[in-house]
Design a protein around this ligand. Structure first.
Ligand code: 5GP
Ligand code: ZN
Length: 116
């Protein structure tokens, strides 16, 4: 399940290179091209869902796998203990620019709250 013009589907298909840091049968994690923190990794399901709501509605455990993969990335990056933020921008006003659901794993520095 992919969309020909979707950037992250093209990364899954290896048509566009990415710095992959973690992979499972149904998930992929790669470094953000414009990192906002010392660790900034994007975790996606390999199948295409436009946002977190669509992923959760699919109701087959895939959202669970994505969150587990995000935590595995945090452990691998050495930030699971110090803390990290897992962000799913959902919709234009939240700043979502790529409409293939992705969790941002951010950490390695103190993160402020509230977000901008
Ligand atoms: P959003 O704004 O949709 O929550 O996040 C999209 C993220 O994808 C941004 O942080 C942006 O830097 C990242 N991004 C955009 N294009 C590419 C790309 O070609 N490769 C990688 N690795 N990240 C990308
Ligand atoms: Zn896609």
């Amino acid at each position: 399940m992919s969309e020909a013009d979707c950037l992250f589907c093209r990364i899954v298909a290896k048509e566009i290179p990415a710095d992959v840091v973690h992979e499972t049968e149904r998930t992929l994690a790669f470094r953000d091209i414009d990192p906002q923190a010392p660790t900034h990794v994007l975790v996606i399901p390999k199948d295409h869902y436009r946002d977190a709501a669509a992923l959760a509605a699919a109701d087959h455990g895939l959202a669970d796998e994505v969150i587990k993969a995000a935590h595995a990335v945090a452990e691998q990056e050495g930030i699971a203990g110090s803390g990290y933020r897992l962000v799913f921008n959902t919709g234009p006003q939240a700043g979502q620019t790529v409409f293939h659901v992705h969790g941002h794993v951010l950490g390695g520095r103190g993160l402020t709250w509230p977000p901008g």
